[in-house]
Ligand binder design. Structure first.
Ligand code: FE2
Length: 272
């Protein structure tokens, strides 16, 4: 295997502003961290809910190597055929076998094969199979197919994500948590050599509530009435991690957080 790769993983990309934040910052981040692979969670990119083929193509054309999803995978019907088109986009592996898409993909660069696996938590999220059992089948399928393995554990509860980190420690390169949109301060390499973080956070408007306009969220919480949510356009940030892989297959040397604002020219920020 060639020199150890570096992976940049960006947390849930929220809306058009999140997409522009990622693509706006990506060139300098790739240079700064000398990244080999870029992986993002894209399930909130279409106006906050779901993803479309056009947006997925835009990410892939902009330097993203693989896209992970989660509970909003099927929000946009037009994405369904795309999920089975062979593109590097994955929905949780522990969904029902009858649901469209696949749970892992392998992307190759500079002679290194990176497997990207999506899992959904089972607590407070609808996933047909148990993540802790299904991941064993995935790892069996990946035997001999990948030099490094990145697992996106898309889950509501911190406990479930921490447990998955321990469950896979020493067997995969990294377990990164997504879905709750708030970055946690526990990034570390576990004793067995697996890079871990409970939640990478969100790439998009930090000036809202998990990506939506704060006034609308507060109104809903104050009035208990239905409120139409729109994505916020305030204070875009990228929340990501950089994982330095080991020369030993499926192990990591280091993980560090990348939490940075995007300050574009006004016309670039304002576009929809
Ligand atoms: Fe989610």
């Amino acid at each position: 295997m060639p020199a150890a790769p570096t992976i940049l993983f960006a947390g849930d990309i929220v809306g058009g502003l999140g997409r522009r934040t990622l693509l706006g910052l990506l060139p300098q981040l790739r240079e700064q961290f000398e990244t080999t692979f870029v992986v993002v969670n894209g399930e909130n990119i279409a106006g906050g809910l779901g993803i479309t083929p056009k947006l997925a193509d835009e990410l892939l054309a902009g330097g993203v190597d693989a896209i992970t999803l989660g509970n909003h995978t099927y929000r946009r019907a037009e994405i369904i055929p795309y999920l089975d088109s062979g593109k590097p986009i994955v929905r949780p592996a522990n969904y029902l076998a009858t649901q469209p898409g696949r749970g892992w993909t392998v992307v190759e660069k500079d002679g290194v094969r990176l497997a990207v696996v999506s899992l959904s938590g089972n607590l407070h999220l609808r996933a047909g199979r148990v993540a802790f059992l299904e991941v064993e089948s995935v790892l069996r399928e990946l035997e001999g197919k990948a030099d490094h393995v990145l697992v996106d554990m898309h889950a509501e509860l911190t406990s479930e994500k921490v447990a998955m980190g321990w469950h896979l420690d020493g067997r995969v390169t990294a377990v990164v948590g997504t879905h709750t949109h708030v970055p946690t301060a526990d990034a570390r390499v576990l004793p067995g050599g697996t890079a871990y973080i409970t939640d990478v956070g969100m790439t998009g408007p930090r000036g809202g509530v998990l990506g939506v306009k704060k006034e609308q969220s507060i109104q809903s919480l104050r009035t208990h009435m239905n409120v139409r949510y729109e994505t916020s356009d305030e204070d875009p940030w990228i929340n990501a991690v950089v994982i330095r892989c080991s020369e030993t297959p499926r192990r990591a040397e280091a993980i560090e957080q990348v939490l940075a604002p995007w300050r574009p020219a006004p016309q670039a920020a304002g576009r929809s």
